[in-house]
Design a protein around this ligand. Sequence first.
Ligand code: NAD
Length: 255
Amino acid sequence: MIDLKGKVAVVFGLANKRSIAWAIAQKLNEAGARVAICYQSERLAREAEALLPELNDAKAFQCDVSVDAEIDNVFEQLKATYGKLDIIVHSVAFAPADAIKNDFLETKREDFRVALDVSAYSLIAVARGAAPLMTDGGSILTLTYYGSTKVFPNYNAMGVAKAALEATVRYLAASLGSKKIRVNAISAGPIKTLAARGIGDFNKILNAVEERAPLHRNVETVEVGNAAIFLASDLASGITGEVTFVDCGYNVTGL
Ligand code: NAD
């Protein structure tokens, strides 16, 4: 049983109850951590507020991670509320529709910039805001996908953003290691969430996993949550800069 009692965990990226962020927040809560949820915009506030009562003593904060002032503001609020932070979960990604729909060759400069900014740079910005509050060290986790390494239909600019995100994990791990802050990514298999709905032919990807993955099924968000609390806990004290697959083994297959 993983024990996170006395830890404060901040989870970025809650859109609704299907979000991977929500499964991770529930697992962190079950393990005894105090959980702060961060949602992107006013539009998502009601969803977050409605889910809060399912957690013990959780609070919700608004933060658009593409705006530095909002990141500064949320960490000021988190400092005032909790003083010290232990666990940060970055479960955030976005690419404009054209960048995950059109032929990759047609990717526009501005769409590419937005995808990389929201999906990769934001991890650096969030880590910079969090680090001064992680005075006892801790764990920063992000969510990535195998499209960083292999070509999947329509994943396009998001695949490039995930490659940048995974490299960011390694450089942040090196930058923050002396502060005893570990930085890792979970590479989740495909899961039907709001973000996934934007990827055309997503069902084809789900079907391929069922057919070819060693476990012959798709992963569930709760399994991503389980891996997340392990990586967030002291049981993973020797693991940093890593990408851990939670994908029913799909990534090891050839044909
Ligand atoms: P989701 O749509 O529930 O979560 C994505 C979140 O990103 C949303 O809450 C959205 O509000 C947030 N977001 C987007 N732009 C933002 C901004 N500017 N500021 C703050 N928040 C912003 O979908 P999800 O599938 O739970 O995605 C969570 C993470 O998991 C993403 O990084 C995604 O790429 C990754 N992932 C998803 C899958 C999958 O198949 N669903 C697989 C592997 C990795």
